[in-house]
Design a protein around this ligand. Structure first.
Ligand code: ADP
Ligand code: MG
Length: 293
């Protein structure tokens, strides 16, 4: 049956900024026991800024910014935008990158001013036998222990330094997560970012379960694994990366501030891009369905 109560529920949701694709969505919402949360852009603002540059000995800081910035200027990733912006501010206009390629979940590669440049995870550089020196590696570990995201930069066969970008937790995330827990739900943080950064953010917002260093194509597998364990899973995300996982979840919730791909793959859009709306959605479905019975 599709009782009027469900339609009233979806209408009520719309007033609260919770756009529900169909009345039946409220049914799946009620059964959810696990909420998988994407980190960047969902729990955090996703608006990162370049906060630190550390170079290997003999490397010119402005050159590192120029080459890395030029490459990142061609990428839409929030990390890339922060780097391109910071680099422009300090090093001026950036040259164009050629042969640009995105290495999914790892970084970017391309040619700038005739140099073959890599920017991304340390493991991406390691694939090309480029390794950070001890001092830079120590600076990287320190920044990561502070919850910051560090990407490595290399060109012409050598690691040249790191760029530190910092993202901030949305002011409402901590409160929303404690409310999810109070409703009996288990939040799980899911991210492609490294485990140290992920854990730091998790501690900040009160999440106990973390799945980090997950490739974009594997996010969907994490959701499927939880489902095989008998969990009824809601997934909240914002990125193109999150779309398959949002579709796989029993309930997909997209940040209204996120990408079209995420919104299309989801059952619910949280217009305000605020995790507290996810709590509103779950409360609403419980209330709506309890009035039907
Ligand atoms: P998330 O799951 O948190 O949204 P992604 O899966 O998009 O993160 O990326 C995982 C990691 O890959 C990032 O934390 C970063 O280290 C690296 N990475 C991805 N894209 C880029 C890029 N354009 N520039 C630098 N590093 C990148
Ligand atoms: Mg994301």
């Amino acid at each position: 049956a599709t009782p009027t109560a469900l339609l009233v529920g979806t209408g009520r949701g719309a007033q609260m900024g919770v756009l529900i694709k169909g009345p039946e969505v409220l049914e799946s919402t009620r059964k959810v026991d696990t909420v998988v949360l994407d980190k960047t852009g969902t729990v955090t603002t996703g608006r990162m800024a370049l906060v630190e540059v550390v170079t290997e000995a003999g490397v010119d800081r402005a050159e590192l910014l120029r080459l890395a910035g030029a490459l990142e200027d061609a990428s839409e990733h929030p990390i890339a935008q922060a780097i391109a912006k910071g680099a422009t501010q300090e090093a001026g206009e950036l040259p164009a990158a050629e042969d640009f390629a995105n290495v999914e979940g790892k970084g970017v590669q391309g040619v700038v001013d005739g140099h073959g440049v890599l920017v991304g995870r340390e493991s991406l550089l390691a694939e090309w036998s480029q390794h950070l020196g001890d001092d830079v590696a120590a600076a990287k570990a320190r920044a990561e222990s502070e919850g910051k995201t560090v990407v490595a930069v290399g060109w012409d066969g050598q690691a040249r330094g790191i760029l530190v970008v910092a993202d901030t937790v949305k002011p409402t995330s901590r409160r929303a997560i404690s409310e999810l827990k109070a409703l009996g739900l288990t939040p799980v943080l899911l991210t492609g970012d490294n485990a140290t950064v992920a854990r730091q953010i998790a501690v900040e917002v009160g999440i106990d379960e973390v799945v980090a260093e997950v490739l974009p194509s594997d996010k969907v597998d994490v959701v499927a694994r939880l489902q095989r364990e008998g969990k009824v899973v809601a997934m909240v995300g914002d990125g193109v990366n999150d779309a398959p996982a949002l579709a796989q979840a029993d309930l997909g919730l997209a940040m209204g501030t996120g990408t079209d791909a995420a919104i299309e793959a989801s059952d619910i859009t949280l217009v305000r891009g605020d995790l507290r709306s996810a709590v509103d959605a779950i409360r609403l479905s419980r209330k709506t369905l309890s009035t039907i019975k």
